[in-house]
Design a protein around this ligand. Sequence first.
Ligand SMILES: [Zn+2]
Length: 254
Amino acid sequence: MRIDWSQLSPPERVLWDAGVTEPGHIDLAHVAAAHGAIVVYRQLDGCAARLVASSSGAVISVNSGDYPGRKRFSLAHELAHWISDRKTGSFLCAKADIGAQNAEAKSVEAHANAFASQLILPDYLVTPWAEGKKANLDVASALANDFKVSRTAAAIKLTKRSALPVCVACHDQSRLKWHVRNAAFGSDFYVKPELHQDTDAFTMAYGGGGGKSQPKKEAADRWISGSGAYRMTAQTQSLKLPDGTVLTIISLVK
Ligand SMILES: [Zn+2]
């Protein structure tokens, strides 16, 4: 595998320098050890992960009760604080602060999430993997499986790198919990705060059905509002997450 090291982001350089040339090589415990950090999994109350750092090294604790993809992201997030922020003292990171959906705001936590996203899904491996593939939840599930990450993190990665207007949204029964849009989606459209009753996502949120819907085309204004939305078509696919919320990838087809 040949890459231009000067083009890599700092987290990608951490992986490349550790010899990572395929998804199965990404061993975050190994990265932690190489940077002087010990990782322990234990029950944590009130936070998803924590970092206790001193001048001689760090101890990263990850909540043992979380889902595997979640634990992996939490570890990557604490590694970001340790490798990138390099402050001594401690970080207590709440569940709400850790996640690929919170990577854009200008804060220490958002920066750690962006760094963590590249540690688990580095562009130099994801770009060739995703070549020619669509941004939908079938592909996101395969990406999640190959890189051992959550389907949410994989869906966000596919959304952000797509050249088409794509957005990923997470709803519960009552409202839109969060959404991430890519550059092509622009700021002219808004994801509607409530699920439309004719969508598969609505059925999943209320009917208790699990799994994943088939990708389908439907009227875009079931999902978004904004100038001309009623004339547009959206390609959508939804997935029920373990916490009962529903994740949907919405691609606009003009
Ligand atoms: Zn944090």
